[in-house]
Design a protein around this ligand. Structure first.
Ligand SMILES: Nc1nc2c(ncn2[C@@H]2O[C@H](COP(=O)(O)OP(=O)(O)OP(=O)(O)O)[C@@H](O)[C@H]2O)c(=O)[nH]1
Ligand SMILES: [Mg+2]
Length: 398
């Protein structure tokens, strides 16, 4: 008995090798596919291996079972069959129509499909690579991961180029090391301010939240107030200048009652100034505002007048991670005219990708203060931490 193993990148090529080396009497005994790493282990390629024999005293139609549980169904069917390449001259149609021959054809088709898929994937990568010539080739997969997580192309290129400068050639074969370095870099790229802190010795520390409609300002105020009052034992006063909708006032009133904090509803800048003064015995005063459309210049100007009257120590712009980059950028440019000191990103739990946080904070050069992660008051809020966001951007859990 003469046994040989043939390797190729497709089933068709491997079969052709069997045919040309062993002739049409060859009998396929075993097939398997596996991934072979190359390029310092970064790239992978599929290898098809066929073990074939000649001069076996086997009936062409014999189907012999082997234990090949780990192969996909179509592969396993063909791999578990002992079949032959012999042309059907002697046994004619019978052989061609045998289950084993059918399985080999299925296997062949499946291999071809895999090859086409790999080719398309490589083509897409090559096209993207040619569109981003400054991205170091060895780190292209990391660039793709960043852009797929919504990090802008410009920032992703800058990050990957910096990463490339920090790595030595031997690091490229250590994927976890490269990921950790990238996470470190992302963390450094993201400025954070830490929690709200009272810096004064007398009078309340006044914090206002502003932002587009429905991003979660009122819910975030309630979370902040509850944490400051119930966990940190501070005296907290609440003021809302949300004069447009009764329902909005009720929403904050409910939270104020639960927390046990006073709430003032004001409708003019003068009222607001007086309201803040009347809460002089509080450690913190949190001001909620009605959502403004970034396109509504009139209401943005009105908000500016209110804020000037209140003289807050910090103004946080609240943005949602579920909004598009364009919406968020428009909001930032319009609200910056009012006043923005820090950024809060809400609805991280609903966001498909969180790269937007990095783009925005970096672009406006304002620190991230908090992120919110759900509708539950007071639990679903966290102080913004670069490390956690870096891991989220790299797809490493919430
Ligand atoms: N999934 C999720 N939902 C949130 C989060 N924060 C707030 N929401 C929800 O978003 C919706 C709007 O929240 P509000 O706090 O009323 O938003 P707002 O910015 O005050 O809205 P306006 O005052 O109308 O501008 C509510 O259904 C909240 O429960 C969050 O972190 N995750
Ligand atoms: Mg509100």
């Amino acid at each position: 008995m003469n046994l040989q193993t043939f390797k190729a990148s497709t089933m068709a090529e491997a079969l052709s090798q069997v045919k040309s080396t062993m002739g049409m009497d060859a009998v396929i005994l075993h097939t398997r596919t596996y991934q072979q790493r190359y390029w310092l282990g970064i790239r992978r390629q599929e290898v098809v291996e066929i073990t074939a024999g000649r001069d076996l005293r086997t009936n062409e139609r014999t189907v012999k079972r082997n234990g090949l549980g780990s192969l996909p169904a179509a592969y396993a069917r063909s791999a578990s069959a002992t079949t032959t390449l012999r042309t059907p001259s002697e046994n004619g149609r019978q052989l061609l129509e045998s289950p084993a021959a059918g399985s080999v054809m299925m296997l062949n088709l499946s291999q071809e499909l895999t090859a086409v898929k790999t080719m398309v994937k490589d083509l897409v990568t090559q096209t993207r690579q040619s569109q981003s010539p400054q991205v170091p080739e060895e780190l292209f997969e990391h660039y793709l991961q960043l852009t797929q997580n919504q990090v802008s192309g410009e920032l992703a290129t800058e990050l990957v180029k910096t990463l490339h400068r920090q790595l030595r050639p031997e690091h490229l074969s250590q994927p976890q090391f490269v990921r950790d370095k990238l996470a470190e870099l992302l963390e450094k790229t993201l400025p954070t301010s830490g929690a709200i802190r009272r810096t004064k010795t007398s009078g309340p520390h006044v914090v206002a939240l502003i932002g587009p409609t429905g991003v979660g300002k009122t819910t975030t105020i309630a979370k902040l107030a509850a944490n400051l009052k119930l966990r940190e034992k501070h005296r907290v006063g609440l003021i809302t200048i949300d004069t447009y909708r009764i329902a909005a006032i009720d929403q904050l009133k409910k939270y104020a009652d639960i927390i046990g904090s006073p709430l003032k509803v004001v409708s003019t800048p003068e009222d607001l100034r007086n309201g803040v003064s009347s809460m002089c015995d509080c450690d913190f005063v949190l001001i909620d505002t009605a959502g403004r459309s970034p396109n509504d210049t009139l209401k943005l100007n009105e908000l500016k007048t209110f804020l000037s009257a209140a003289g807050p120590d910090e103004v946080h712009l609240v943005l949602s991670t579920t909004a598009s980059q364009a919406c968020v950028e428009l909001a930032i440019s319009r609200f910056a005219d009012v006043r923005v000191d820090k950024i809060i990103f809400t609805k991280l739990d609903e966001a498909a990708h969180v790269g937007i946080v990095l783009n925005v904070v970096r672009k406006v050069n304002k620190a991230l203060s908090y992120v919110t992660t759900g509708q539950d008051v007071p639990d679903d809020i966290e102080v913004g931490r670069g490390k956690r966001l870096a891991r989220l951007i790299l797809g490493e859990g919430v």
